[in-house]
Design a protein around this ligand. Structure first.
Ligand SMILES: [Zn+2]
Length: 272
């Protein structure tokens, strides 16, 4: 499998590097090698994120909480899961493709209330579910894709990568450039050393690299992920590790948007 969301890659969305980023890429590199986060999209330290789960049933919510809570010991952010459709983060179950996707950090605030800021696979019994939740919550916290780190060690065979992603998912060359291959260094991003074991790293097929280099999906948050988040959201001594639960859900009564809002698609990660 190539994407964190499905057997076929669906990486059509990522912002095209801006002129500023292009300029950054050309600027001398300062500091040391610096997993990747968009520091301009980090949430305020200490914030309690209200996470609306629409009318998801309790077993689904518990599965999300269990996986998402793996981040909590490392961040100065709290999660408050609620039923309904009002929250900083709004998570809809994806009944269409059973994939995950998310806005990056505070980009979630750009999505109008009532529309989801994250989609998660409806099948919470899947062995991959926890992985997808941790990956998407990484994006929620502002993390970007580790495999796109400018210091990535992946020896890409770019022509093979373009071929395979086109054959398997209809991806264009620019999609692959924007979603899969390394991105230019940017002064607005927070870098820790490249970490192939990051939860934010896709599985990489040996058919897209030189020398049979490959990387499977990583089932757990890595030391590099922890290092990134500790710097992004430093904890204070009195920061409680807290996750709250919604009251038992009422019978389904919300109209969950079945698909992502088209006008925000360029801001989403992991969606095709
Ligand atoms: Zn992703």
């Amino acid at each position: 499998m190539i994407s964190p969301m499905s057997a076929t890659p669906s990486h059509t969305l990522q912002l095209t590097p801006s002129a500023e980023e292009e300029a950054d890429a050309a600027a001398p590199v300062s500091r040391s090698k610096r997993n990747v986060g968009d520091r301009e999209k980090y949430w305020p330290h200490g914030k309690t994120l209200k996470i609306a789960m629409y009318d998801a049933d309790n077993s689904f919510i518990e599965a999300v909480k269990s996986a998402a809570s793996k981040w909590l010991p490392h961040i100065n952010i709290k999660f408050d899961f609620v039923s309904g459709e009002e929250g900083d983060i709004r998570i809809a179950e994806n009944f269409i493709s059973n994939q995950g996707s998310s806005m990056i950090g505070t980009d979630a605030l750009k999505v109008p209330q009532g529309l989801p800021t994250m989609m998660l696979p409806y099948d919470h019994l899947s062995p991959r579910f926890a992985y997808v939740v941790m990956h998407e919550f990484g994006h929620l916290l502002g993390a970007l894709h580790a495999h796109q780190h400018p210091d990535t060690e992946i020896p890409w065979n770019r022509s093979k990568a373009y071929e395979l992603y086109k054959a398997q998912a209809g991806q264009t060359k620019s999609n692959v450039d924007e979603q899969v291959l390394p991105l230019p260094r940017s002064n607005t991003r927070h870098y820790e050393p490249y970490d192939r074991h990051s939860i934010m790293h896709y599985d990489i097929s040996e058919h897209t690299t030189l020398g049979h280099w490959k990387q499977a999906e990583n089932p757990q948050i890595s030391a590099g992920d922890i290092a990134l988040m500790r710097k992004a959201y430093p904890k204070t001594a009195d920061t409680p590790q807290q996750v709250t639960s919604p009251a038992p859900s009422s019978p389904r009564s919300y109209r969950v948007p079945p698909t992502l809002p088209e006008e925000y698609r360029r801001l989403w990660r992991d969606v095709g």
